[in-house]
Design a protein around this ligand. Structure first.
Ligand code: DGL
Length: 264
């Protein structure tokens, strides 16, 4: 059997790089293999069957390469496919979901805003987490229609992107929201723009650091941590435009030079 040596991280596109950043910071001794499924992006409006089929294809590809753990760095794919993945593959999976619990705990006004994709919001995970941790709080939910595309296409700092964000977030602020939960891994790249819209005391929640901590815990409990001194090697691939992924990786200053196109 092939030696299992790297952590696979995937998203519908480049959004999961926000999670990869936290993983690289917390786990410098681990090797990561990032998969951007940009040809299928956005997942947010796709059917459950399509998302599961993509999650299957990417996981099979990771396992054939020697993945020891897979991080589903996509709220939508976590909501739609993580139960399926956990019951079909012999490696641990770490997922991501909107940081409702944290936001509900910290809110002083009792009002929490959630910006996410339609599939994430409609999923069982989101309903259960909200019911368990945010009952009694006023949750304002907003689908971030078009925001994934803004990030994928590198249109972050444009007036059109700002107008979309204002349309989604201003009503939350006017309603007294003091916590904004980013329920999509593409959205942390919009934080500087969001900060220009919200008052300084509004807290913006990105769950990426918590996902990295959970990954560290799962590695440890499964005895999968990299042996000290093992060479670290990162790779990235995309079903979309290689130059765009490379550009984003360079823009973020990530140390990944092996960036390829994938036909998975
Ligand atoms: N980054 C994905 C997420 O966290 C985007 C989903 C999509 O492609 O719609 O949900």
């Amino acid at each position: 059997m092939k030696e299992r040596h790297f952590i696979g991280v995937f998203d519908s596109g480049m959004g999961g790089l926000s999670v990869l950043q936290s993983l690289l910071e917390l786990l410098p001794g681990e090797s990561f293999h990032y998969f951007a499924d940009s040809a299928w992006c956005p997942y947010g409006n796709r059917s459950t069957e399509e998302i599961i089929a993509r999650a299957d294809a990417i996981t099979t590809h990771f396992l054939a390469g020697g993945a020891k753990l897979v991080v589903v760095a996509c709220n939508t794919a976590t909501a739609e496919a993580i139960d399926h993945l956990r019951s079909h593959y012999p490696v641990p999976f770490v997922g991501i979901e909107p940081a409702i619990k944290q936001a509900a705990y910290h809110t002083a006004s009792g009002k929490v805003g959630v910006l996410a994709t339609r599939n994430t919001i409609q999923g069982r995970l989101f309903r259960e987490t909200s019911a368990r941790y945010a009952s009694g709080k006023d949750i304002m939910i907003q689908v971030g229609e078009g925001l994934v595309e803004v990030v994928e296409e590198g249109r972050i700092e444009t007036p059109a992107a700002m107008a979309l964000l204002k349309r989604y977030i201003t009503p939350m602020i006017e309603a007294g929201v003091d916590q904004v939960v980013l329920g999509c891994t593409h959205y942390p790249f919009l934080i500087p723009a969001i900060q220009r819209i919200v008052p300084p005391d509004v807290v913006i929640h990105d769950p990426s650091p918590a996902v990295a901590r959970q990954t560290a815990a799962v590695l440890k409990s499964n005895n999968l941590e990299a042996v000290t001194g093992t060479p670290v090697l990162h790779q990235a691939e995309t079903t979309g435009n290689r130059e765009q992924l490379l550009g984003m990786i360079q823009h973020l200053g990530l140390d990944i030079s092996d960036v390829t196109f994938s036909s998975v």
